[in-house]
Design a protein around this ligand. Structure first.
Ligand code: PLP
Length: 384
């Protein structure tokens, strides 16, 4: 199998698994228990918190462990709304993940107002538009650090600075960015940041929310007072330990490994641009994650390509999703101004440090033939 869908999820790093397993076996103590068996778990959670904080260059006390990126995103927004209930306006962008969009849409149905920022054909927002969108009653601005479909990087530092100068809380959904680009929260006026374990070789179902120490926070999950009273629920010790170790490994891989992954992506992308006619890259080619390639392939439908590539052992994602029996073009590619046809002909390939040059060369043998096959089938269908 050639696994090129690392923005969907990643394989567990064997070194992470090694550390996780004892906490599913013998070390099953509850971190809140006062006896020494519980304290082993509490210590492991504390170490993981330090490891995640080191990856983001923040204080361990600024990290709250959660169950998923979606929970982190929802918690940040809910907190902002609870802290200042008179503020009923939110700002976000049209290309966010559904963890933001669906939540904001639900809030809009409950009387909140949402301003959705446009993106240009490169997938980038206009900072002037952001500045104009912020009002006296804006509770929070939420913008993703990196887009999950195109890999496009928003100008987060500038956006955060604008929010700070306007006195508005700023959240960034950095689920796709953490572990792929260097993030230094020491010098950024960011109030909240979301990350998710399964995008950086930790298990699914564990994530974190960074809350700046000077930002007031209202818990989303109320319960036993865990996570320093910021998130109720017994800690998922094994997965938290895994997220800590995965963060440490991701930090170590940010240098040379990241350059290697980018070289793999570039070789893959250029290889297809050279051998397949009418292929275009979706999104800004420089302000982009090093691991992501979103390609519009003229004359193919991405669902058909996905199935054909699946038969040939390649995993990737389509620029459309089957909703209620019809192919819905991606909201991200639509927001970039692309036609339904371009969106329906788009595929996303996303790589990781577990991919090799040999895999890229193999894929470059398979994909052009698959495109040709699908195009000739379409031509035959149209001629019939
Ligand atoms: N935000 C972005 C940008 C994502 O890509 C994802 C997952 O695909 C999420 C949020 C949600 O993360 P999780 O699957 O951990 O809930």
């Amino acid at each position: 199998m050639l696994y090129f869908d690392n923005n969907a999820t990643t394989q567990l790093d064997p070194l992470v698994l090694q550390l996780l397993l004892p906490f599913l076996q013998d070390q099953y103590g509850n971190p809140s228990s006062a006896y020494s068996f519980g304290r082993v778990a509490a210590k492991a959670v504390a170490t993981a918190r330090e490891q995640v904080a080191a990856l983001l260059r923040c204080e361990p006390s600024e990290i709250i462990f959660t169950s998923c990126g979606t929970e982190s995103d929802n918690s940040a927004i809910q907190s902002a709304l609870l802290v200042d209930p008179d503020r009923k306006h939110l700002v976000s962008s049209k290309v966010e993940h559904s963890a933001i969009i669906k939540h904001a849409e639900a809030l809009a149905r409950r009387g909140y107002e949402v301003t959705w920022l446009d993106v240009d054909s490169n997938g980038l927002i206009d900072l002037d538009e952001l500045e104009q969108a912020i009002r006296e009653d804006t509770a929070i601005v939420s913008l993703m650090w990196a887009n999950n479909e195109t890999g496009v990087l928003f100008p987060i530092e500038e956006a955060a600075e604008i929010c700070r100068s306007k006195g508005t809380l700023f959240h960034t959904d950095a689920v796709q960015a953490v572990g792929k680009v260097d993030i230094n929260l020491e010098r950024l006026p960011i109030n909240f940041l979301s990350l998710s374990g399964h995008k950086l070789h930790a298990p699914k179902g564990v994530a974190a929310l960074y809350v700046n120490r000077r930002t007031r926070f209202n818990p989303y999950l109320l319960g036993g007072g865990q996570e320093n009273k910021k998130r109720g629920g017994t800690e998922n010790t094994a997965s938290i330990v895994a997220l800590g170790r995965a963060s440490e490994l991701a930090f170590a891989a940010l240098g040379e490994e990241s350059v290697r992954v980018k070289a793999l992506r570039d070789r893959f992308e250029q290889g297809l641009l050279d051998t397949v006619s009418s292929v275009q890259v979706n999104g800004d080619r420089t302000r982009r994650l090093p691991n992501t390639s979103s390609l519009a392939i003229d004359g193919v439908d991405s669902e058909g390509m996905l199935m054909l590539l699946d038969q040939r052992g390649i995993c990737c994602s389509a620029g459309s999703a089957c909703t209620a029996g019809s192919l819905e073009p991606s909201h991200v590619l639509k927001a970039m101004g692309f036609s339904n046809d371009r969106a329906r002909g788009s595929l996303r390939f996303s790589f990781s440090r577990f991919n090799s040059e040999a895999e890229i060369e193999q894929a470059l043998q398979i994909i052009p033939k698959a495109v040709e096959k699908l195009r000739s089938m379409t031509r035959g269908f149209l001629a019939a």
